[in-house]
Design a binder for this molecule. Structure first.
Ligand code: MTE
Ligand code: MO
Length: 302
């Protein structure tokens, strides 16, 4: 295996999430790395839904199981074995069990959904995902009355995921969670592909979550377990730095990250097309999801 773990990150590799993991005190440098790409570029008026190129979506990734650099997942995730694959669904369901990936692909609808995708690090893309609503999968397991949350886990396989051996402060496997009503919302999807092709390994093959109104780290990749529970699940980034990465982490241009502004984002694109656009409340899905948070303090519950 030719994997090499970066010990000396260049400015291009350093991301705000990785900076923390690497225990580096280069916060100002990370801000500069984001800012540098924006210099001299005019703020685009709109926040359109023109999909990013396949090459952008599959070459600029966060998947810390394969390293901290944006190009590490596309280099190293190819070694992940994704067949056979199954998801265990357990906890507060009447009908717990394991569902094979072939069964999922054969029995669930395959819809194309073009969603904005906004990382907490203030970059974004537009991705044409393929998949189906998580609610349709969960319905097969008969959710019990008292369930309030859904917990997700990524595969734990250090032999193929070298970042899990390196540690980096994360208590593997990667974990995420949603409130049950967020999980059942029709926008919340399980994605099995993009651009009509099977999910590339670096994007979370063979199946991942996509929650388009939340920061990207909530959209957990390569899922092997889904657990219905009545207590708020422990999640990876919230555990690491609770004051920077909330459990809810809804995209909100008015609530800055403690170390940088969330008012704008850099739309990832090759060269000339990289541009800065305003960040939209709930990432542009306010009409659909604001009702989920009626009466909640969105700052305190960031
Ligand atoms: N298992 C796992 N899921 C993960 C991550 C990760 O490191 N491991 N990174 C998250 C973060 S921080 C982001 S921004 C998105 C990136 O998804 P993409 O590479 O498809 O754009 O995946 C999220 N899901
Ligand atoms: Mo992210």
């Amino acid at each position: 295996m030719t994997y090499r773990f970066k010990t000396d990150l260049t400015e291009n590799d350093v991301t705000p999430e990785a900076v923390f993991l690497n225990r580096r005190q280069v916060i100002a440098g990370a801000g500069a790395a984001i800012g540098a790409g924006l210099a001299g570029q005019a703020m685009a008026a709109g926040n359109d839904l023109e999909p990013n190129a396949y090459e952008d979506i599959t070459a600029y990734n966060n998947f810390y199981e394969f390293g901290w650099g944006k190009d590490d997942p596309s280099r190293y995730a190819g070694q992940l074995t994704t067949t056979p694959w199954s998801i265990t669904v357990d906890g507060m369901v009447d009908n717990p069990g394991k569902i094979d990936m072939e069964d999922i692909l054969a029995s669930m609808p395959s819809e194309e959904r073009i969603y904005r995708f906004r990382c907490v690090e203030a970059w974004s893309m537009v991705v044409p995902w393929n998949g189906f609503s998580l609610s349709e999968l969960l319905a097969r397991f008969d959710i019990q009355q008292g369930a309030k949350y859904v917990a997700f886990q990524t595969l734990l396989r250090p032999e193929e995921m070298p970042g899990q051996t390196a540690g980096g402060g994360i208590d593997w496997p990667y974990r995420e969670g949603l409130r049950l009503d967020e999980a059942m919302h029709p926008l919340t999807m399980m994605a099995t592909g993009l651009y009509g092709k099977p999910m590339p390994n670096q994007n979370g093959a063979p199946i991942r979550l996509v929650v388009p109104w939340k920061y990207g780290f909530k959209s957990i990749k390569s899922i092997v377990r889904i657990t219905l529970t009545d207590t708020m699940p422990v999640t990876t980034w919230n555990t690491l730095i609770p004051r920077e990465y909330g459990f809810y982490s809804n995209v909100n241009p008015e609530v800055d990250h403690p170390r940088w502004s969330q008012a704008t984002e850099r739309r990832v694109g090759s060269g000339l097309f990289a541009r800065k656009v305003p960040t939209l409340m709930f990432n542009g899905y306010e009409d659909e999801v604001a009702g989920l948070y009626a009466g909640m303090d969105l700052v305190q519950n960031y």
